[in-house]
Design a protein around this ligand. Structure first.
Ligand code: NI
Length: 184
């Protein structure tokens, strides 16, 4: 099932998502729906709040990136917790399905350690760096109620204000279905 993607301005994107209890929902089905939704929107990651569900889960499939470092990176993260982030801070131009047509350079630490359970509720604890870490950090932010625009300077954010308002009103020329909070 393909969900409409919730866009900038919807309160669900600003809320810290809650943990999922084992057996509470069919996470295998939900992950399949999230992958399908992400795929048709040409995304590389999708967090549950982006389909209106305020729960701690995100999926990643980076095969659309040509970079051999990440194009086989495909993973479901449930109840993730970033244990630590370290290394040098570096800039990378990020985009987001919930903030279409805007891309900005965002600074984040290069490495992280994360624990989570997978769709079979098996626990994992892993270390990531570079682009993989970057994608995880962006998706993890979503379940914390943080958007990449929250990392921008007030000046930069002011420059984007008009564009962001248009997104909230659904005034964007994109090929996937969205749910815009101020659309009429
Ligand atoms: Ni995003």
């Amino acid at each position: 099932m393909i969900y409409p993607i919730v866009v900038y301005g919807d309160p669900v994107l600003k809320k810290r998502a809650r943990e999922i209890e084992q057996g509470e929902i069919d996470v295998v089905q939900l992950a399949a729906d999230m992958y399908e939704t992400m795929e048709q929107a040409d995304g590389i990651g999708l967090a549950a709040p982006q389909i209106g569900k305020s729960i701690r889960m995100f999926v990643i499939d980076a095969h659309k990136l040509e970079d051999p470092e990440v194009n086989e990176f495909k993973q479901i993260f449930i109840n993730p917790e970033i244990i630590e982030e370290n290394g040098d801070t570096w800039a990378f131009e990020e985009g987001c399905l919930s903030i279409p047509e805007i891309r900005e350079e965002i600074y984040r630490p290069e490495k992280l350690r994360i624990k989570y359970v997978d769709e079979n509720w098996q626990p994992h604890e892993e270390t990531y760096d570079g682009l993989k870490a970057r994608i995880i950090q962006h998706e993890y932010d979503h379940i914390e109620g943080i958007l990449f625009t929250d990392h921008l300077s007030p000046f930069k954010k002011r420059l984007l204000k008009g564009k962001l308002q248009n997104i909230s009103k659904g005034k964007v020329a994109i090929h996937y279905r969205i749910k815009a909070p101020l659309a009429r």
